[in-house]
Design a binder for this molecule. Structure first.
Ligand code: UDP
Length: 368
């Protein structure tokens, strides 16, 4: 490859957003991806009228108007509001666990009493991390907290991370707090939420559709490539040949099933904390309300990440990995013409909006 002005490695939402911003600033961009498709882990495709998300459920949600406005230039949105049910004690109840879940699972008089205690202690419509709920000092609430911990978090987290909730960074389980209200939405706090009306892949395709962006698929990065500026969304430890050691990641395996009936479950995503070996089942027709006599499900099986065998999905954040990452970050700072971004480049558990916000910040920094 001849010398390139701006080389972006990785064609996911971070790389594609950056490509567009740089091109609009008058830069020539080449963006490469080892895979044979664009849009990274939010890649979707149409299978006989059902938009299937190849790498599990992705729902765009944000409070960041700048990010929302930027993406809205490349797509209309289906105003989807995400709801998740979890199978707890034989009942499909709202997750995050809220007052509706409480009343569905406990006898009326107990649920009333526990609701009263929750509201006295925390107030209405408040979010309480499960690890905090376990420490109120109130006997009734601690009984409830132990129940939720056991039934919603413990088994799920053991499957998801291979670790118990108190062995992982508290930020992880805080993503799904207990909620002292009746709003069943998973991302109730976010003003903007939706699925691109023609899918994520089409949104990314439109982003990349610019005269100064050249896309090369099936093209892994290699160190002989020449560039003036490199923007790397791959794993930062891999970039540095694991000099300080391997950063830990968790992987996922997806098992797809097609059923010859219209509907399998009552929400797009069902969490299965206590049953089976999968954590979630995703019913894809929900995301864009696709109509079909058939339905397509993917079951998500978390597994250990193994180089060359499967892919990195989640950084495993703990003190040890943070200190390892900080060594790579220091090393990265010494390279003036290389920037790292994205979940793997920044080693952060980004949601899509945070990945795009990071790009918008980076572009502002570079322009200074
Ligand atoms: N979690 C859980 N039970 C649930 C949902 C979430 O224990 O029913 C915990 C689990 O540790 C998970 C974390 O909360 O990894 C964050 O969940 P989230 O749904 O945000 O994960 P993602 O969608 O990123 O896989």
């Amino acid at each position: 490859m001849a010398s390139i002005k701006n080389l972006i490695v990785g064609c996911g939402i971070s790389g594609a957003s950056l490509a567009r911003k740089l091109a609009e600033a008058g830069e020539q961009v080449v963006i490469i991806d080892a895979k044979d498709h664009i849009a990274g882990n939010c890649h979707d495709y149409n299978d006989n009228g059902i938009m299937v998300q190849k790498y599990g459920a992705h729902i765009f949600h944000t409070n960041d108007k700048e990010v929302w406005d930027f993406l809205s230039r490349f797509t209309d949105w289906y105003p989807y509001q995400h709801k998740v049910l979890g199978l707890i004690d034989g009942q499909f109840v709202p997750i995050p666990f809220n007052l509706n879940s409480l009343h569905a699972l406990f006898p009326g008089f107990m649920a009333d009493e526990l609701e009263k205690r929750l509201l006295e202690n925390f107030g209405l419509n408040k979010k309480i991390p499960i690890l905090q709920l376990r420490k109120t000092g109130n006997k009734d609430l601690e009984m409830l907290a132990d129940y939720i911990y056991e039934k919603v978090f413990l088994q799920y987290t053991l499957k998801q991370w291979g670790l118990a909730p108190d062995q992982i960074d508290p930020n992880v389980t805080e993503r799904v707090p207990v909620y002292t209200g009746r709003d069943n939405r998973y991302f109730a706090a976010d003003k903007y939420q939706g699925i691109p009306a023609e899918g994520f892949t089409e949104m990314v395709r439109k982003m990349l559709d610019h005269n100064d962006i050249q896309v090369k698929l099936n093209t892994p990065f290699d160190k002989t490539m020449e560039y003036k500026q490199l923007f790397y969304t791959g794993a930062i430890d891999e970039f540095f040949d694991y000099f300080w050691g391997e950063l830990p990641y968790r992987s996922l395996r997806f098992q797809f099933a097609q059923y010859n009936f219209p509907k399998f479950q009552q929400s797009a995503v069902v969490n299965w904390p206590c049953n089976y070996d999968w954590t979630k089942s995703d019913e894809h027709k929900y995301f864009l309300n696709d109509q079909s006599d058939k339905t397509i499900i993917s079951y998500e099986y978390p597994e250990a990440f193994q180089r060359g065998v499967n892919e990195r999905y989640y950084p495993i954040q703990n003190d040890e990995s943070a200190s390892l990452y900080s060594k790579y970050l220091e090393q990265a700072k010494s390279l003036k013409n290389v920037h790292f971004l994205g979940r793997l480049g920044d080693y952060k558990y980004y949601d899509m909006d945070k990945a795009v916000a990071r790009v918008l910040e980076l572009v502002k920094e570079i322009a200074k």
